[in-house]
Design a protein around this ligand. Sequence first.
Ligand SMILES: [Mn+2]
Length: 255
Amino acid sequence: MEQPAMSRGDSTDVSLPDVSTAAVSDADFHPAVAERHERLDVAVWDDIYVVGDVHGCIDELRHLIDVLSPGPDDLVVFVGDLVRKGPDSKAVVEFVRERENMRSVRGNNEDKLIHDRKTLERLDAADHQYLRSMPVALSWGDALVVHGGVHPTRPLGAQDVESLLNCRSVPSGNGYDGPFWFERYQGPQRTFFGHTVLAEPVHTEWATGLDTGCVYGGSLTAYDYYDDSFVSVPAQATYERRPDEKVLEPEQLDA
Ligand SMILES: [Mn+2]
């Protein structure tokens, strides 16, 4: 039976998930993911922001961080794809790497560099070391951050690194035709993701999509976790062209 995706706050009789059972541990993941899962102790952080795909857009990243103005006790988590396509991947990697309160999961574009399927001339050994150190999954409470997404019906333990990095439509392989994993997914984790380019952020009870296509002339978006709100800054240029059919409009999704 298909249940409609719900926006948080739509209905007062939606029971909140039991965080004790929705909290993931290494044992829940595929072994290859478990060794690249980082569990965060969020008690040590005040605010938490989750940021969409940056793709080398350093000016927009600086602008967004200026607007958010996180203090040293506020955490900024990125959904991956810091690199490639945009103007200055190296500057973005350095920006995140140099800040104690910033973390990113691995995106499919970091994965291409890690496995030498693509190269970026300007990245040095320290940059590559940092890319390899990035976790595939980050979690706290009942929250999970992965680049692509989680399959809505498969157990988490059956989803390998490749799957979490590239998940988009279900069944997989039909690109931007949908249906999409986040239209079907019913928890138990609240999952934050990038990878699928959206005209507007997706925000359902269980899934929050943050790639608003900055490198394609869209915007760079952050989600304020405790305030349950979005902050976006516009792209300063269109750095790479993308066909309209590969940017998801809200009306294409089950609401
Ligand atoms: Mn991306």
